[in-house]
Every structure is written in C-alpha cells, then in structure tokens.
Design a protein around this ligand. Structure first.
Ligand code: AMP
Ligand code: ZN
Length: 133
C-alpha cells in the first residue's frame, strides 16, 4: 500500500497527531499555510466522499466536531472552516478521504472562501440538471 495517509496511520511516517480513536485519525497538515491546519481521516483506506460508507462518514463528522470544539473551547480559536476535495477534478491530491479543519479567529486575516469566476448558466438550467427527483 503506497498511500501516504495509510503510512501515517501505521506510524511508518511521522505526523503531529492531534487525536486518534478506533475509526479516525487527525494530524497537522504539513503545508504550514494556516496555523492549526488539521486533517481528519478514516483509519480504513477510502478514496473520497463518493465511496465512503455512512458509518465511517458519521465517525469522521463526530471527530471533526470534537476537534473543532476543542480548538474553540480550549485553544483560543473562535470558529472553523471545514474544507474537502473529492476527485482530481475537484483538486484532491491525496486519494485517501480527508477533511481539512482550518481554525479561525476573527482577526486572523485568512480568507478560506474560494474565489469563483461566476456561474456559466442560469439558475433555472442548473436546477433542471441537478434536482434529485
Ligand atoms: P487535498 O489537496 O485536499 O487532497 O489535500 C492534501 C493535503 O495533504 C495537503 O494540504 C497537503 O499539505 C497534505 N499532506 C500531504 N502529505 C502530508 C504529510 N505527510 N503530512 C501531513 N499532511 C500532508
Ligand atoms: Zn490510504
């Protein structure tokens, strides 16, 4: 298994582990782009949101909330952004499911919201394409 995140879970490569339980593992992202940038991953290798089972997703969301509350209640942060990419078209670069937690303070100068160039279609057309009957 050449997956870098599986190697982190198995302690084959080091990480700054923030939290671990039976199903999930959380550690600092090495990007050093935002203080506290944290990744939350399932212990079993799952590629992304398109193939994750509901039970694993629930475990991940519980861990995301636990860490988010810890950062806000105990670590001096005031809020979090949760970021995620599924698929190379969505700029996923590591193909082991992960969610990014970006801890925030109101004066941190970070803008975590993507800058979009503008929708190409009218809402009516998009609605016809996307609605789940
Ligand atoms: P994504 O673009 O959503 O697939 O994010 C992958 C993330 O994994 C990036 O933010 C990388 O900085 C991070 N990353 C890659 N290798 C490591 C590593 N060995 N330890 C911690 N974070 C990593
Ligand atoms: Zn993996």
């Amino acid at each position: 298994m050449s997956c870098i995140f599986c190697k982190i879970i198995n302690q084959e490569i080091p990480s700054f582990k923030i939290y671990e339980d039976e199903y999930t593992y959380a550690f600092l992202d090495i990007a050093k782009d935002v203080d506290g940038h944290t990744l939350v991953i399932p212990k079993k290798h799952i590629e992304n949101i398109l193939d994750v089972d509901a039970e694993t997703l629930e475990h991940l969301m519980n861990t995301i909330q636990k860490i988010s509350k810890h950062y806000v209640e105990n670590c001096g942060f005031e809020g979090v952004n949760i970021l995620h990419a599924s698929g190379s078209a969505a700029q996923q670069t590591v193909f082991h499911l992960h969610f990014h937690i970006i801890p925030r303070t109101s004066n941190d100068g970070v803008d975590a919201w993507p800058k979009f160039s503008g929708a190409k279609n009218e809402l009516e057309k998009t609605f016809d394409l996307l609605k789940l009957e």
